[in-house]
Design a protein around this ligand. Sequence first.
Ligand code: GLA
Length: 328
Amino acid sequence: MTIVVPGRANLIGEHVDYNDGLSLAFAVPYDVRVEVQPGGDVVQLEAEGFGSYRQGTDPAHEFERQAAAVFNELTPAPGTWRITSTLPAGAGLSSSAAYLGALVLASGARGSLIEMARLVQHVEHVAGSKVGLLDQLATLGAREGHLLLIDFHTLQYRDVLWPADLHLSAVDTGVRRQLATSAYSERREQCDAARATIGPWRDATDDDLRKIDDPVVRARARHVISEIQRVGAVNDALARSDVARVGELVDESHRSLSSDFDVSTPQIDDLVGRVRACAGVLGCRLMGGGFGGCLLVVHDGSFDEQPRFRQWALSAASGAFERLALAR
Ligand code: GLA
């Protein structure tokens, strides 16, 4: 048996998955594979580029801790699991969600998309990262040629056709997310504080921001409210194939992530400026949790030739459910 789980990219809707917001994400053509060879008495993991881990032994490295979290929660059949990956590790394309998703599926767990996304999220929480549901839903549930519009308030989702003239790339910031875990929890706490004052995010408007006294918490809330609005606006622009408008909204998202949500750095803002200045670029923003990882670039198709940056061409690949022909 071979399980393949891709990474994800997020066109728009950042730091709103844990705020009952909306995101437009997709599965990327880079993935984590687990080849299962039954036999033996426990699971023996052989992860190319990382090392080996035997179920039941003390985990030392991050990839082992994550595997141990899966093996403690589930009851996989014994065997040798060979893991290979074409996803750059830690570069902001959700290598963690893909790796954990692959281990969970290889362990034999099955269920609806929401149940499986929650299970992978649960394991990630057990392994120490209190993430939202964005990465799991996109890596498991996205369809080839489509973005997945996810409503985190109702947990409903819808496939949105990828317009032919939408060109996206990911540019490596080279920064591997230091600060990220503590800052991520701090942002979640600040968002919870804002919500306690203004009520449900989806009913909140800019006027509500005046009710928040703390200027930092107010700025975090301004990002959440405006980002949720931008997801709707990007969805409308995609329906009209208005890629220039998508680019503008992606630029606005970066300004909001940088000044209101404060998850960028001067070095990353500088890189965004340099990418933005390249011919054919229509928009650029920091993608994912922040403080590193990669940038998302909206362009006219010519940026792929740009040699100045380490980059990956993005397109909408099949999520794990589609690959395994599982019903969502
Ligand atoms: C990380 C988390 C996601 C989401 C993004 C920010 O990627 O894993 O749940 O919160 O940050 O949008």
